[in-house]
Design a protein around this ligand. Structure first.
Ligand SMILES: [Fe+2]
Length: 244
């Protein structure tokens, strides 16, 4: 198997390290501090790699408040058809705050420009945690279902965690295209949803659990049962690592 490159967002993003955040979601709206050329570069990276990282997407004060709330929020362990085992954070206020920020017209417009996706109708997601040593995991699957176009994952882990690596590969191939460690607090990943692309998240190791807000930008609003959605998007046998 060809060795893939592991990218660690905390060390260097897909675009120039040290460049800082280009896009920030704030109480007063979206702040874009880049240029049209920066957006073209992000779009080129997305076209090539099927994902990009947006560093420090949430304004620092707001992000600190969100982390504090999540720390003390109730949570519940859930398993879905052998594809996902995770702990879901039940804090409607925090979820709705993030949903409000992510769903803003300005941010949706930027996501459309970067990913080239069609008009975004809505965003749906959840806040979840992968705990170490509990078998919590997300095995190979595709997110194609329910009008999804782009997967979003915002890292809500204040410290650097071990493991929890996102792996991406083409359907029918064993070669890992990309391994991504989105470990920078507040860094967000955008990933293409396509029939040809499969992904999984490796178990978290060490002492620090990995917390994230994950969801999808969709071209049409439709509320479906999350359980049904998972069954339909998966090409895997329960618990199996192979998707084909
Ligand atoms: Fe997924």
């Amino acid at each position: 198997m060809k060795k893939s490159t592991v990218r660690n967002s905390a060390a260097s993003g897909p675009y120039e390290a040290g460049k800082g955040e280009l896009i920030q979601l704030t109480r007063k709206g979206v702040v874009f501090s880049g240029s049209a050329a920066d957006l073209r570069e992000l779009r080129a990276q997305f076209q090539r790699d099927h994902y990009i990282i947006l560093p420090k997407l949430i304004e620092p004060d707001l992000f600190a408040t969100i982390l504090k709330r999540i720390e003390s929020a109730p949570s519940e362990r859930k398993e879905y058809d052998g594809i996902i085992a995770q702990t879901v954070i039940d804090d409607p206020l925090t979820y709705n705050l993030l949903l409000f920020l992510i769903s803003s017209q300005e941010f949706r417009g930027l996501v459309q420009r970067i990913t080239g996706c069609r008009r975004i109708a809505d965003f749906q997601g959840r806040i979840y945690r992968l705990n170490p040593t509990t078998g919590e995991r997300i095995v190979w699957h595709t997110d194609v279902y329910d009008h999804r176009m782009v997967t979003f994952s915002l890292n809500l882990t204040p410290q650097e965690y071990r493991g929890g690596t996102l792996q991406i590969r083409y359907r029918g191939s064993e070669e890992i295209l990309h391994e991504v460690r989105n470990t920078g607090p507040g860094d967000a990943l955008l990933m293409r949803v396509a029939n040809k692309l499969f992904h999984r998240v490796l178990p978290v190791e060490g002492d620090v659990p990995r917390t994230a807000m994950a969801g999808w930008f969709r071209w049409e609003k439709e509320n479906v049962n999350f359980h049904d959605a998972l069954r339909k998007v998966s090409g895997v046998s329960p618990g199996g690592p192979s998707a084909d």
